[in-house]
Design a protein around this ligand. Sequence first.
Ligand SMILES: Cc1cc2nc3c(=O)[nH]c(=O)nc-3n(C[C@H](O)[C@H](O)[C@H](O)COP(=O)(O)O)c2cc1C
Length: 397
Amino acid sequence: MNPKFGYPATADDYREKARARLPGFLFDYLEGGATDEQTLRANESDWANILLRQRVLVDVDEVDTATTLVGQSCSMPVVLAPLGLAGMMARRGEVQAVRAANASGIPFTLSTVGICPVEEVQAAATEAAWFQLYMIRDRARIEALLKKAWSAGCRTLVFTVDLPLPGMRHRDFRNGLASPGPRSKLLKIQQLLARPGWIWHVALRGGPLSFGNLSDALPDASNLDAFKEWIDTQFDPTVTWADIEWIRSHWQGKLLIKGILDVEDARQAVQLGADAIVVSNHGGRQLDGVASGAGKLPEIVAAVGSQIDILVDGGVRSGVDIFRALALGAQGVMVGRPWAWALAGAGEAGLTRLLTSWQQELRLAMTLTGVTRIADIGNDQLDRPHKPKYPKAGEQQ
Ligand SMILES: Cc1cc2nc3c(=O)[nH]c(=O)nc-3n(C[C@H](O)[C@H](O)[C@H](O)COP(=O)(O)O)c2cc1C
């Protein structure tokens, strides 16, 4: 199907719609990953290797996709992941996204470097948004940011730990995003002129296009190039586990640590009393060559799954992928690019439709694997259970 003419049904259909509407440099910023994008590709393709076990003639009259994630009731085990600059993808993008998420009964996470400020997002929300934090060098500013998020009503903090420095995203370099100057300005103008619809709907009617949560950090927060330069120097590579305690002392709500990809790090997060971890490689945007979320999840579940809630992200593109993540032992998933594709391609209604379709797919996967409750999904629903590479003593190969 050419999604330009038919009804968009899948995340990929919305991706094509977004491609047709966004200026090239913005689409690439959303789409791209680090270095050769191998991890980015693995994120999507690895879910397909997880085969499910079909069961028939089980009474599946009352399948329920509802669950609880980090103490919050959800219609399905999905959270919209934090995406920096999401408000550039659609007019007041974060506001549209929180409305669609809440209408679908799931949480929305606002990025530190979102366009809409937390107060604006919370005013549109019917459920408290989750707030994502990057540690920046200026600790007084972090303290103020945490206070702002708390006063606005946020009670769940997602602390992202896999960005001591921004990754090497070559698409952004080619498009002049990572190298401001007259030539890159020309490049961007050229791409902008090819998308008059975006100029009208987002640039002219969707302002201010500044980093809403940090707008008091620089006098001219609407100069995104200057701001990006500032923020890139602000990421703090000196952050260690000791800083988690500092955050704990400044945040009374739930705390998730996002960007865990190693068993030892997962154990540290448990020790420091995090409420949950997000197994994530930042959508393949940081270190190319690391394992996918799907690849790393079983090992981390085996090590700490009985002690802490685990979410996973990277390449989740359907309700079946959500089911696969749960079958591997996660409590839920975060979803990044697909929500911005749907929003950029078809607005708030498009995102709501995509989430509804994923819930239907999840329900169908439960029906055909013979489970009626989210809590019952597990290893038993895998066709080839993920066994250790070498059989244990006495185990048949
Ligand atoms: C354009 C873009 C911006 C992102 N910005 C943030 C961010 O501000 N904070 C954060 O913790 N993660 C950020 N991420 C990572 C996502 O939260 C999430 O981990 C990732 O997108 C999941 O992979 P997926 O896009 O394949 O679903 C970003 C990802 C993308 C694609």
